[in-house]
Design a protein around this ligand. Sequence first.
Ligand SMILES: Cc1cc2nc3c(=O)[nH]c(=O)nc-3n(C[C@H](O)[C@H](O)[C@H](O)COP(=O)(O)OP(=O)(O)OC[C@H]3O[C@@H](n4cnc5c(N)ncnc54)[C@H](O)[C@@H]3O)c2cc1C
Length: 393
Amino acid sequence: MDFSYSREDEAMRAEFREWLTHNRQYAVPAIGPLGDEEDVSWEATLRWHAKLCAGGWLGITWPREYGGRGGTPLQEIICEQELELIGSGVPFTGPGIWLVGPTLVHWGTDEQKRAHLQNILTGAEIWCQGYSEPNAGSDLAALQTRAIEEDGHFIINGAKIWTSLAHHAQWMFLLARTDSAAPKHKGISYILVDMKTPGITISPLIQMTGARHFNQVFLEDVRVPVKNVVGEKNQGWQVAMTTLAFERSTGQERIMMARVRELASLARRLSRNGGILWDEPGVRQKLGQFAAEATAIRYTGFRQLTRQLKGLPPGPEGSMIKLTASELGLRIAAFALELLGPYAQLERADALAIDHGIWARRMLEARGPMIYSGTNEIQRNVLGERVLGLPKG
Ligand SMILES: Cc1cc2nc3c(=O)[nH]c(=O)nc-3n(C[C@H](O)[C@H](O)[C@H](O)COP(=O)(O)OP(=O)(O)OC[C@H]3O[C@@H](n4cnc5c(N)ncnc54)[C@H](O)[C@@H]3O)c2cc1C
C-alpha cells in the first residue's frame, strides 16, 4: 500500500476543504444509517445532499457523463475524511447514489439512465431497497413476491420488510419472482417501482430505540410497466448481486476511532471512589485495546482499498471489517454503559442524562450493523469457507 496521496488527490482535498469553509453551515452531523430523525431532520439532510451535489461533491466515482466527478475510490474517501473533520458526513439519503445509481450505470437501458441517474444524484428521487421479505433475508433467493406479466405490465403481489427509508422514497428497486417454475436463483427479476403506484402500503416498523428507520411494504396488484425491468427478465439475480457488490465497509475504522475518543472523553469526566475513571489502569487498558482493534480495522480497510485501486477482485477484507467493526461497536457501547453505572439508564429527555443518553441508544443501535449487509453469522461462514478453507457446515 502506498500511503501517500498524489498531487491531484491533494489538490482535490484542498478544493473541497475550501468549499466546505463556505458551506459548512448547511452540514448535518454524521449519524449512522440507524440514526434517529429527532437528531437530524430529514429536510436538513436533503438540503445538505442538494448543497453537496450542486458543488459537485456527490457521486465522486460516478462517470462524468452521468453527472458524477469521474474520480477514484480514494478521492471519495478523501471527501469523507474532510466531512468527518467538520463533524459531518455524506448525508444518509438511502441507497440511491451508492447502490442503485451504479447498478443502472452498469445494467440500465438508455431510457432508465435518462429517467433516473440525474434525479438520484440531485436527491430529487429518494430510493429504497426491496430485497428482504419475512421469510427471505439471508436466504434472499427464497423470496416469494411475484410479478406476473400482463399487457405490457407486471402485476406485483407480495410483501417486503426492513425497507429502510421507504416512507421517504419516491422509488423502490425490488426483486420479484417472474418464473415460479424455474430454480430458486433463476426466474427472479429486478424491477424499478414508483412508490406512488396504487396498491402499495407502507407500514412503519419502530426500532427499539424508538426511532423510525424502516418499514414493511405491502404490494397488492401493483402495475409496473415492463420497461422498468433492469437487465433481462428472469435474470435479476445477476443484477441484484451487482447492487450488493457496491456495498462497502470503508469508513468503519473512522467511526470506531471516533467512538474510542468519545469513550476516552467520557472516562475523563466520570468519577468513582474519589478519582476519575481515566486514572484507573483497567479502564485505560480497555480503551487501549479498543483503539488497537480500531487501528487494525483501519489497516484492513487500506488493504481493501489497495485491491480496489489495482482493479483486483474484492478479497475477504469486506467481511472482516463488517464482522469486527460491528462487534467492536457493540463492545464499546457496552463498556460505556459499565462506566456510566446507573446513569446508563437515563434517556435523552432526562436532565441528568450524561451525553444526552447517547450511549444507551448506541447500545441498542449496535445490533443493526450485525444484521444488515449480510449477518455476522453469514460473514463467519464466508471467512471460514473461503479464507480458512473449512468444510461447508
Ligand atoms: C438496520 C437495517 C436496515 C435494513 N434495511 C434493509 C433495506 O433497506 N432493504 C432490505 O431489503 N433489507 C434491509 N434489511 C434487512 C437485512 O438485509 C436482513 O435483516 C438480513 O439479510 C438478515 O435477514 P433476516 O432478518 O431475514 O434474518 P434471517 O436470515 O432469518 O436470519 C436469522 C438468524 O439466522 C442466522 N442465519 C441465517 N442463515 C444462516 C446460515 N446459513 N448460517 C448461519 N447462520 C444463519 C442469521 O445470522 C440470523 O442470526 C435491513 C436490516 C437492518 C437491521
